[in-house]
Design a protein around this ligand. Sequence first.
Ligand SMILES: Cc1cc2nc3c(=O)[nH]c(=O)nc-3n(C[C@H](O)[C@H](O)[C@H](O)COP(=O)(O)O)c2cc1C
Length: 178
Amino acid sequence: MFPMPVLMIATYGENNKVDVMNMAWGGICAENMVALNIDENHKTTENIKKRGVFTLSIADIPHLDESDFFGIASGNKMEDKFERTHMHAKKSIRVDAPIIEEYPITLECKVVEFQHTVYGFRVLGEILNVVADENVLDERGKVDPTKINAFVFDQFQNGYYKIGEKVGHAWKNGVKYM
Ligand SMILES: Cc1cc2nc3c(=O)[nH]c(=O)nc-3n(C[C@H](O)[C@H](O)[C@H](O)COP(=O)(O)O)c2cc1C
């Protein structure tokens, strides 16, 4: 599949230790819900099971190296995984999970269901709130995707690709064929 998102799932572990992991197999599954297809052995999974909450950020190009690192290293094996990146975290006021300050957009989520299936493990989360940096908003206060500096994951060759140029308008470009 292409494109795949580059999502950063942030949680607290023991002693409020921040952990962040890179996730491509996740995304929106209903208007106010996200689904995380996640390996049960990850530190992130253990943290989510214990606290029932997480945040989900959109990774941006200025933090591509750190974001990739969050997908290579595990909090299970590396005590200072988050600290090594020198990124900054603050506690969300809505959920007991960290917000990584450098990422432009963060969803604050609470778990509504753990799904153990023969096809794998899935976490369903309800989006309680969305936090956005002011510098990614347009003059009307809406998120302007061209300002996010987002990138996507390519599952064919393991590449990361820049996105952001607007090429059309949903529900309008096709109207001429109606
Ligand atoms: C591009 C990319 C995408 C990934 N997507 C997922 C995913 O969707 N689900 C998953 O369980 N692991 C995924 N991973 C692997 C985890 O991010 C990785 O195992 C990480 O070390 C887990 O960290 P933790 O143990 O500290 O939670 C991905 C890794 C990369 C590099």
